[in-house]
Design a protein around this ligand. Structure first.
Ligand code: SAH
Ligand code: DHB
Ligand code: MG
Length: 222
């Protein structure tokens, strides 16, 4: 495969400039996350806008995110829910969670976001007593993606959307013999979605400043 990553970044920059207004608040979230030493693995600005649009077009009032990092994607999701809406986001690393809480407060969405600290598979069962979520964004440790999908099915309702980030992994997901735990997690979650008659889903491959990856988008049918 030719390396077109320069072109991908150029198109990303141009499209972001054309479509996204200047956003010093989100820029500050990204800068504070970098200053705090967090890895540069948040969604890109255009991908953040996609999450925002998906939440809005779903009419989402309650959003669940697994994998907060510094709260960059969380801010996009929190902006998409209407007044009275809520985002619950789960993060295993206490330092990431602390940075995220500060970022969310600085972004003016701290009141509508709850950051739960703990491993996703330990925290999600505690959400069973709550009203169901309208959108779930799964973006944490990739080997646990099948487990997160199973919990998403228990924490949503017919019509809810489920988005799983990073399921293409530079194309490695097509390799059934891969021993990479993240690739195996991506393959397993896509295959589990396909085998579940309650879900209608697609995989969208993406390129851009963050390289070649992709996401799964599913709708809960029943
Ligand atoms: N959604 C963020 C990026 C998340 S990066 C954004 O786009 O802005 C993945 C995050 O998942 C990291 O912060 C990592 O600490 C967290 N994570 C890793 N394992 C986890 C687990 N078992 N439970 C919850 N979060 C986990
Ligand atoms: C990684 C994790 C992510 O959520 C992402 O969007 C990109 C990379 C990673 O762990 O490498
Ligand atoms: Mg991701």
């Amino acid at each position: 495969m030719t390396d077109a990553s320069g072109t991908w970044s150029a198109v990303d920059s141009w499209a972001a400039a054309a479509l996204l207004p200047p956003d010093p608040v989100l820029d500050a979230v990204a800068a504070a996350s970098a200053s705090a030493g967090l890895p540069d693995i948040a969604v890109s600005p255009l991908q953040g806008r996609l999450l925002y649009l998906l939440a809005q077009t779903a009419g989402a009032r309650r959003v669940l995110e697994v994998g907060t990092l510094g709260g960059y994607s969380t801010v996009w999701l929190a902006r998409a829910v209407p007044d009275g809406g809520r985002v619950v986001t789960v993060e295993v690393d206490p330092h990431h969670a602390q940075v995220a809480r500060a970022n969310l407060a600085a972004a003016g969405v701290g009141e509508r976001v709850e950051v739960l600290v703990g491993a996703g598979l330990d925290v999600l069962p505690g959400l069973l007593g709550r009203p169901p979520f309208d959108l779930v964004f799964i973006d944490a440790d990739k080997p646990n993606n099948p487990g997160y999908l199973a919990w998403a099915m228990r924490l949503t309702h017919p019509g809810s959307r489920v988005v799983v980030d990073n399921v293409v992994r530079r194309g490695a997901v097509a390799d059934g013999g891969s021993t990479d735990a993240a690739v195996r997690g991506a393959r397993q979650v896509v295959e589990a979605v396909g085998a579940d008659p309650r879900l209608s889903a697609t995989v969208v491959q993406t390129v851009g400043a963050k390289g070649y990856d992709g996401f799964l988008l599913a709708r809960v049918l029943a």
